[in-house]
Design a protein around this ligand. Structure first.
Ligand code: F6R
Length: 242
């Protein structure tokens, strides 16, 4: 794994957005895998700025997001789809039919997971997957446990994850859905390149274990050690224990 440490979260976000813009320039029809969460907000702001400055052209790109809450309409203010509309999709020149998303409101959620996995396959696969990491080491919504599921699947969210996402549901963890849909660790590891971004002291411990610990289902991020092209973008706080 290649580790990049930046003085501030803003520096890390700027470098990451620049890396995505460079990838778009090199390969305009790139297939991007994208995360939500607090961490990538600054990266998306910088990507919007680069796009407005004519330095990031999404016209031929395709996107797949990592995950979505179950039982939530795409237009719900707490949905990851709405997050992406706000932070990126409405502000750049992505073609709507090249935006791929899990539909948490689908009638048959297992069929929805299979549809998504097939769609990723049909696109030729994800070229560059950007990832965040939960403080418990989750990736997408692949939570720590005795087993991991390789392909896109339904997930029961950990209580910590529901608390972490409460802001999207009026600050009340009880209103966060108990279930979600997520790419599997196998789906994620098939991407051509991975970039994991982590900021802040809260992530320091899981980052240290991701890099130095054993590969274990108890820390899904540790599976990144198996990837031949994985980069970590960290601020000083997240890198504190390295
Ligand atoms: C969301 C996702 C999650 C987040 C993780 C960290 O699409 O993939 O794994 O990356 O929960 O979230 P923040 O950035 O809010 O700490």
């Amino acid at each position: 794994m290649h580790i990049h440490i930046f003085d501030t979260p803003a520096d890390a976000a700027t470098a990451l957005a620049r890396r995505v813009a460079d990838a778009l320039a090199q390969r305009p029809a790139i297939v991007l895998g994208l995360p939500t969460g607090r961490t990538p907000v600054a990266m998306y702001a910088e990507l919007r700025r680069l796009h407005a400055a004519g330095e990031a052209d999404f016209s031929r790109a395709e996107t797949f997001n990592l995950d979505e809450f179950a039982g939530v309409e795409p237009s719900h203010p707490g949905s990851f789809r709405e997050y992406m509309e706000t932070h990126l999709f409405r502000a750049v020149n992505l073609q709507r039919n090249r935006i791929h998303f899990l539909d948490g409101a689908a009638a048959d959620l297992d069929a929805e997971c299979r549809r998504y996995e097939n769609e990723i396959e049909a696109s030729g696969g994800i070229d560059l997957q950007v990832l965040g990491i939960g403080a418990n080491g989750h990736i997408g919504f692949n939570e720590p446990g005795d087993t991991l599921i390789a392909v896109t699947h339904r997930v029961t969210l950990a209580d910590t994850t529901r608390r972490d996402n409460a802001a999207l549901f009026g600050g009340d963890p009880a209103r966060v859905p108990r279930e979600a849909l997520s790419m599997g660790m196998g789906t994620i590891l098939k991407a051509g390149a991975l970039i994991l971004v982590a900021m802040g002291e809260r992530k320091a411990k899981c980052i240290e274990r991701t890099i130095n610990g054993p590969i274990t289902t108890q820390l899904p991020a540790s599976f990144l050690q198996l990837h031949r092209c994985a980069d970590l973008y960290l601020d000083r706080e997240a890198a504190r224990l390295l």
